[in-house]
Design a protein. Sequence first.
Length: 373
Amino acid sequence: MKPSLKPQNPNFSSGPCSKRPGYDIQQLKIDTLGRSHRSALGKQTLAKACDDTAAILGLPEGYRVGIVPASDTGAVEMALWSLLGKRGVDVLAWESFGKGWANDIENQLKIENTRCLKADYGQLSNLSEVNFDNDVVFTWNGTTSGVKVPDGEWIPKDRSGLTICDATSAVFAMELPWEKLDVITFSWQKVLGGEGAHGMLILSPRAVQRLENYTPGWPLPKIFRLTKNGKLNEGIFRGATINTPSMLCVADYLDALNWVKSLGGISAAIEKSQNNLAVVEKFVVQNDWIDILAVAAETVSNTSICLTLKAEPTQVKEIVKILDNEGIAFDISSYADAPAGIRIWGGATVEASDLSALLPWIKWAYESVLNRK
């Protein structure tokens, strides 16, 4: 039968993701609007966004946090173009974004001693093959495949190369071994449900040392430049952004950070996301026509939950369209390059009660479409 209970919030997109529960734009502190971002107030507010991020995440001493242009993509590109080239590179690619970074490293930067450790959708690259004498580039969580690295045990503390981690759909939702990561990037519009166009770049002291002791052999555009006169441009990490940010988006980000604090901090946000995954996993166990794309249980993402259905791709599209038309779930198609299926966001801004309401509707839509055969 057609379910009667609908999710209160039908936004299950994997980016931009749902705003936090109780979000009200009227609650944003907008005294920076109409002011220069280089004013005392502007710099103070931008610095607060960096400082609060470091405090909530519990970053180690000496790690810098900066706001940079062009979302997570911009942050990753800044790291690749500014840091790579001194030694060989191992890049891990088991989904679309990892493949994109591999393409940049091999075909744009043209670093000759590059190894790409690939894996199919649902699988994880063989972590035991990684050579940490090289710089290592990888996604912590494959947003388009729903496959994450299970932990940081595979990363040695005494590595020679840098670890550059695209963690955009992991930060604030998964435990990260900060001391084993030299560059971490993320964007506001993922786990925190913030706005787009701005990226966060976190650098370890080892990354800063590389920046100050190595100059790449290619020209760097202004928005990629992290050093000035051979030293780290500390201003970027103290509120003096390279280009003009949206102070409205900054206010929105600070609101999201305050919400994480109100939950009980990072551990509470992570637990909320893990509980969301548990709701979906229980449903999968109870229904043999749907499965999780990730093959190994320890690699299943608790944010971008990717599901496969026993249905033809055209039928999956029809199921997704039905749910959209009914106002039950928006934007849950799998990523364009991924196998046909459904992708449900399970980050902390999504309520478990809404997931519980959604799942019977997926079953109803599936049966409605398949019974037409």
